[in-house]
Ligand binder design. Sequence first.
Ligand SMILES: Cc1cc2nc3c(=O)[nH]c(=O)nc-3n(C[C@H](O)[C@H](O)[C@H](O)COP(=O)(O)OP(=O)(O)OC[C@H]3O[C@@H](n4cnc5c(N)ncnc54)[C@H](O)[C@@H]3O)c2cc1C
Length: 377
Amino acid sequence: MKIAIAGGSIAGLACALTLTCTGHDVHVYERSAEPLRGRGGGVVVLRQMLRFLEQHGHRTRAMLAVPTHRRRWIDIDGNVTRDDPELLPFSSWDAVYRSLCSMLPPGALHYGRNVTSVAEDADGVEIRFDDGATPVRADILIAADGTGSRLRSMLFPGNASSYAGYIAWRGVVSENAFNRDDVADLIENMTLYRSDAELFMTFLIPALNGSLESGMRRFNWLWYRNEPYESSIGAFLTGRDGHRHHASVSPGELSEQSLAYLHRAALDGLPRTLSQLVAATDAPFLQAISDALSPSFAKGRIALVGDAACTLRPHTGSGTSKSADDAVSLAEALATPQTDLVQLLNDWATARRSAVEPLLQKGPRLAQSFGLGYPSH
Ligand SMILES: Cc1cc2nc3c(=O)[nH]c(=O)nc-3n(C[C@H](O)[C@H](O)[C@H](O)COP(=O)(O)OP(=O)(O)OC[C@H]3O[C@@H](n4cnc5c(N)ncnc54)[C@H](O)[C@@H]3O)c2cc1C
């Protein structure tokens, strides 16, 4: 089959890879004019994703992660209040992204292609772009266009993501920006600090070039803080150029006021060992945490995957692996002999939606246990 994918981030690329492995002609249309770089911080690469890639003959070393040995909670004075074994492999968004891109056939990725509308008929889907270029036809379209998915809104009008009442300040800073003694306890451990309605966590991730070498790696930190009011979240989401972003402000785009607020808050409210990470970060960034769930993960010949289908709370650490699971299950479903493609997609969508249900419920529960987000009703 000819399969088009709207969105060339983790979910779109994972689908492109599994569907290419199972013999389809796959094309990814990404609105960004160039490959996405330096996008994020850390991701927990759960084991299913590595297993899947190995099964398809891909070496996943480049995606492999800095191990953590302990999960340590500290108090405001830096004293350890709880210390448990923790063996999570933390990778970086960039390492996962680069690995997926490198495994795809040349010519599969098309940048600067913003999907604006789709039209479905009995034989396939026509995909149109904002640059006026000739529309593309495909047997199936996969919507992998993220939490604010335009395609989800088109298919299910009125369905939008909803703000969960808290934000994540985030940053990545090189391990070698610090005296080794000052950060010794943070190395290869996950360190957490919690106070009223906020949670800070940090762990090491690979260097931007994927290196796992000591001294080359980077600290990834996330600081979740309740921001229930539209006025404060609106101010933080307004970037240095005055543009009001929808749900996230990328590295380098935070306003001077937001940066000053962040630095002050870190100095006043974090243990010293953690506030030094914030102070040394060149380009912090921000994400408003939201929930999104599509009424169905498929409609006609269009399937939704990744955050477009459902956006999980980051505490579940499973957005990347869920995307990989979407990709594997969709490729397996499409490999079965088919008479009715629409029915097959519909069956896949029903099974997939029930499979992610427990993760969906886990996120708000975890957030509430940390005092984060709007209380549930
Ligand atoms: C604070 C935070 C922490 C997280 N931590 C983790 C973690 O530890 N572990 C983990 O596994 N996951 C984590 N995640 C989630 C994870 O990043 C995502 O779930 C995962 O990357 C899947 O994203 P996606 O590809 O569906 O969407 P996105 O990454 O949002 O990508 C959507 C893509 O579609 C493109 N696009 C949008 N509209 C169009 C259009 N009309 N036409 C063409 N292209 C379009 C965009 O440019 C973008 O490239 C975290 C998320 C957040 C917010």
